[in-house]
Design a protein around this ligand. Structure first.
Ligand SMILES: CC(=O)SCCNC(=O)CCNC(=O)[C@H](O)C(C)(C)COP(=O)(O)OP(=O)(O)OC[C@H]1O[C@@H](n2cnc3c(N)ncnc32)[C@H](O)[C@@H]1OP(=O)(O)O
Length: 134
């Protein structure tokens, strides 16, 4: 199932980051870079991972993403995060991105992805996710 097949019309997860793309986030054609959007998704999911692991994390994997509709400069972009699995040191967080264009009434889903973080210590070594936040 792709994001556009999703019959649930509302975002899934917690609104973790809201941001507005600026002209400096676009390519020479004026379209927002996919890499800019992936960066926002990583920031949002890493924020949630940091709250869960109570410390430092490394992004260890990103699942395949499809960009199904364009992002426009000046629109509102929301990253919605949800913890979908937690292991000894790892956290799988799904991220949905929805946008509201300046002249639109309803938001639309742009993409979704699965990000995996591993809790690490100050030396970059794997550590366990604390029991109290599981
Ligand atoms: C290259 C870059 O700069 S990308 C930008 C930022 N990211 C990084 O720098 C991370 C670079 N990677 C690393 O430093 C290492 O891979 C580490 C420290 C994150 C993990 O080291 P590994 O040797 O892979 O650890 P290990 O095999 O023990 O796995 C640790 C956990 O991660 C999970 N894991 C590791 N790789 C993956 C993967 N590709 N997909 C899903 N989970 C994974 C494991 O299942 C394990 O989970 P658990 O502890 O909950 O059971």
């Amino acid at each position: 199932m792709t994001a556009l097949d999703d019959d649930k019309p509302t975002p899934r997860g917690e609104l973790t980051l809201q941001v507005v793309p600026l002209p400096s986030d676009t390519n020479p054609n004026g379209d927002v870079f996919a890499g800019w959007l992936v960066k926002q998704m990583d920031i949002a999911a890493a924020t949630m991972a940091g709250r869960i692991s109570l410390g430092r994390n490394a992004t260890v994997a990103m699942d395949r993403m499809e960009f199904l509709s364009p992002l426009r400069v000046g629109s509102q972009v929301g990253c919605y995060c949800e913890l979908v699995d937690i292991g000894r040191s790892s956290m799988k967080i799904s991220v949905e991105v929805w946008t509201l264009d300046r002249t639109a009434k309803n938001p639309r889903k742009v993409t979704e992805g699965l990000f995996v973080y591993v809790a690490i210590d100050e030396h970059g070594r794997i550590r366990e996710v604390p029991e109290q936040t599981r």
